[in-house]
Design a binder for this molecule. Structure first.
Ligand code: ATP
Ligand code: MG
Length: 801
């Protein structure tokens, strides 16, 4: 079991050990952005680590602006960063700091090093200094100024500060080792002259410290214990320690720990590069919904919870890797699935006239906003009339056999309404374009099923033309067309890799009337099209729009579930190869095509055809599809996946027979299973319906968190087992009632009698250790304040006994 159990990541393990050893009284971390741009999702990961660790171990996290470079920094960036961090759900309390507030103390540290003979003023030019550094294979040569006297160095350093010299005349350097194998240690530059205005200190200073000198001191001044940064600073750890030791900071002082920075495919995460996209007009601003900035993601409609889930999925490691873009989309979808109401909109309207529906009549249909909810509560009214709009992609004049949407002579279901048959196609006589469909509806099919039991294969969305409202819809694609945007030929530029089609504006979309009430930032699902949000700036009531403007929707993410498709494919491959009818042959389809879920010519996504094919050859599956949508309350997408393959469908049936929560079970099969299976087959996995039902029952009862359940699920898929036993073996049983909670706290104290005694003897720093013990037991899912209070009482009581 040890190999499966996922312990804390390596940084948390270090922190826990330090607290257990009593090395620090309390964990103190910091998030130290340079205010030279906007925060991006990579920073969100660092923020999650820095603030998360502090929270979990009952310590604190400082927000510190690392504003030691006067050239690039601006107050507006610092303000925007604070807004973003708050929005992500973190709070630094009173611990907001600026590196520039330490300039005087840093200067003093420089003098200390000079006095100890550990730093000198160098008067070489920048080029001379660089040339003198040597290379990885050759040692550097000492500067001719290296042996200046302490007095001369102190005098020159003071005059540098006083502004007597122009930029570049002198620098302060550490006197370390010009032959060090670590280039960073070859007399690094600590200070340089820059006659520049600083956004906070104004013209007080004309010398500014460099990162290597400043950062460790900032950490030490603030009493940071764990200075967590990204791997590219690994070589700088040596100078970090050297400076703190030489300046005289004693153990237990701060130390630096590095983890792999976040990289995402098709995405750039570097403020320096993102700023070019903004300044050179390739995007509309830092909050352009295509930007990987926190502000961009927010405007795109992504929630802080989705970002958090994504960052957790990626984890904290020492291995540099590029994360699949699909993981981010998955996290976004997973989060929106439960919170976004479902409504209908049509992107590219095609007029439908129902010839047997009376002119002037409007029927009011009730439809649920959250079809997942049982019992259905929130509903809205959709008007149904003689003239409708459907999406152009849902009609084909000469379709292949496996096109299950509207075509001449074919019948489909209009979502929440009736069966509709297309009788006649009207064209524009000049262009030949299809401009109108003349159709008939079957009045006996209201609600979507026919009394005579006849079936239709497809359900499409629609709006009533007269009552529908105009929408502008912005569809986004990835900003770069290469997985690694920095991968350019000699002399090229990352801008060459920009995707020219990353934004498509659809100006003539129509939405159902319910949408008229949506304010800026509201998220919805347009059925079959994706998740959308009203634009915070340009939609009615937004910051750049009047209250009487039009509605503007951003597509947050498509509904495509490439995972579900993988499952259906792999299982279909195994079971259906011989039975598959000719028309339902798998179409070769690139990831990129299905990938953006943009309906093209034919049916959406390859797997839909596979699954429709499966339902054709296995009538039981067709029956189940109907039942899943009509009676069980699954969404169309879920029903499609769960009735599109016999093995999957049987798994679902068995799970629901064990625990009657079909929506809960469906969500695991549709959303989680594909991720675990990857390309494997469901029949070869260890997952049994009964176990899945039991797992869902455990989450429903609150015994298992969603995160914990994922870990158990992972094992069930890999090798099967009993969820209840696995949960206990893995220490995942969740504390949902206060009594059990107290028991945990008491156990932490009883299990560590020596530590408890030390604490009671005055070593109060051990509180962090106990916090860590309890927080780990509850998987971080507890209020640290409450844990601390309970622990204090528990440890205090022992004293009296
Ligand atoms: P950029 O190149 O985007 O400006 P940076 O590292 O210079 O990045 P800082 O403002 O100095 O930006 O970063 C603040 C903190 O965020 C640092 O601790 C840094 O290690 C961390 N960080 C920056 N980028 C990432 C990333 N892609 N993934 C994880 N952490 C990151
Ligand atoms: Mg930086």
């Amino acid at each position: 079991m040890a190999s499966i159990e996922r312990g804390p990541d390596f940084i948390r393990a270090i922190v826990e050990r330090h607290l257990a050893e009593g090395r620090y009284r309390e964990v103190v971390t910091r998030f130290p952005p340079e205010p030279n741009g906007y925060l991006h999702i990579g920073h969100a990961q660092a923020i999650g680590v820095d603030f998360g660790i502090a929270r979990e171990f009952g310590g604190r996290c400082h927000l510190r602006f690392d504003d030691t470079n006067p050239i690039t920094e601006e107050g507006r960036y610092a303000a925007a960063m604070q807004e973003d961090i708050r929005w992500l759900g973190h709070d630094w309390g009173e611990h907001l700091y600026y590196a520039s507030d330490y300039f005087e103390r840093m200067y003093e540290a420089g003098r200390t090093l000079i006095r100890k003979g550990k730093a000198y003023v160098d008067s070489q030019t920048e080029e001379e200094i660089r040339a003198g550094r040597g290379t990885v294979t050759e040692p550097g040569v000492p500067s001719p100024y290296r042996d200046r006297s302490v007095e001369e160095n102190l005098d020159l350093f003071a005059r540098m500060r006083a502004g007597e010299f122009p930029d570049g005349a002198h620098v302060l350097r550490g006197k370390i080792d010009m032959a060090s194998p670590n280039m960073v240690m070859r007399d690094p530059v600590f200070y340089r002259i820059r006659h520049a205005h600083h956004y906070r200190t104004g013209d007080d200073w004309c010398i500014y410290p460099l990162y290597d000198f400043a950062h460790c001191l900032e950490d030490a001044f603030e009493g940071i214990t764990h200075s967590i940064c990204t791997l590219e600073f690994e070589n700088n750890r040596e100078i970090y320690d050297w400076i703190l030791d030489e300046v005289g900071f004693e153990e237990p002082r701060t130390h630096q720990y590095e983890f792999a920075r976040l990289n995402i495919e098709y995405t750039l995460l570097s403020k320096r590069k993102l700023i070019r996209l903004v300044n050179e007009g390739h995007v509309s601003g830092w909050d352009d919904p295509r930007m990987p900035t926190v502000a961009g993601l927010r405007r795109r409609g992504v929630t802080p919870e989705a970002i958090q889930a994504f960052v957790q999925m990626v984890g904290v490691t020492k291995v540099d890797a590029r994360t699949d873009f699909g993981k981010l989309e998955y996290a976004i979808r997973d989060d929106l699935n439960s919170r976004a109401p479902r409504v209908m909109a049509v992107l590219r309207p095609l007029k439908v006239v129902i010839t047997n529906f009376p002119e002037g009549r409007v029927e009011a249909l009730e439809a649920p906003l959250y079809p997942h909810d049982v019992p259905l509560e929130d509903t809205r009214t959709i008007p149904f009339s003689r003239e409708l709009f459907i999406d152009r992609e849902d009609f084909m004049e000469d379709p292949p056999e496996d096109f299950f949407r509207l075509a001449p002579g074919r019948e489909v279901r209009l979502r929440y309404a009736y069966f509709l048959r297309c009788d006649e196609v009207v064209r524009d006589p000049r262009t030949g374009d299809v401009v109108e469909l003349r159709c008939t509806y079957d009045p006996d099919t209201r609600g979507g099923s026919a009394p005579d039991g006849r079936k239709v294969r497809g359900t499409i969305h629609w709006v009533s033309s007269e009552q529908s409202i105009p929408l502008e819809v912005r569809l986004y694609d990835r900003l770069f067309r290469t997985a690694d945007p920095d991968d350019v030929p000699e002399g090229g530029d990352f801008l060459d890799n920009l995707n020219p089609d990353s934004l498509e504006v659809v100006t003539r979309a129509r939405g159902e009337p319910w949408l008229a009430g949506t304010g800026p930032g509201e998220r919805v699902q347009f059925e079959r099209l994706g998740y959308f949000v009203t634009d915070l700036r340009d939609s009615r009531g937004g910051s750049d729009a009047g209250s009487d403007g039009g509605l503007v929707f951003n597509r947050i993410v498509t509904l495509r579930d490439s995972w579900a498709r993988k499952v259906a494919r792999s299982t279909a491959d195994q079971a259906e190869d011989t039975k598959r009818p000719k028309g339902a042959e798998k179409m070769p389809r690139s990831e990129a095509d299905g990938g953006e879920g943009r309906p093209r010519g034919s049916a959406r996504g390859g797997a839909r055809e596979d699954r429709d094919g499966a339902r054709r050859v296995d009538p039981e599956l067709a029956v189940r599809f109907e039942r899943y949508t009509a009676e069980v309350g699954l969404t169309e997408e879920e029903a499609d996946v769960l009735s599109g393959d016999r093995a999957l469908s049987d798994l679902f049936e068995a799970a629901v027979a064990t625990h009657d929560n079909p929506r809960g079970v469906a969500s695991w099969i549709v959303n989680e299973l594909p991720r675990e299976l990857d390309a494997g087959l469901v029949s070869e996995s260890g997952l049994e319906g009964e176990a899945l039902g039991a797992l869902v029952a455990l989450t429903d009862s609150g015994a298992l968190s969603r995160t914990g359940a994922r870990e158990v699920f992972s094992i069930l898929v890999a090798r099967g087992g009993d969820p209840d036993a696995l949960m206990d073996a893995m220490g995942l049983r969740q504390v949902s009632d206060p009594e059990a909670f107290r028991a945990l706290v008491a156990a932490a104290v009883v299990d560590n009698p020596e530590k408890a005694a030390e604490y009671r003897a005055g070593k109060v720093g051990l509180m962090g250790f106990f916090m860590g013990q309890v927080m780990r037991e509850v998987g971080g899912a507890a209020d640290p304040q409450v844990v601390r209070a309970l622990l204090e009482r528990e440890l205090g009581e022992g004293e009296g006994a």
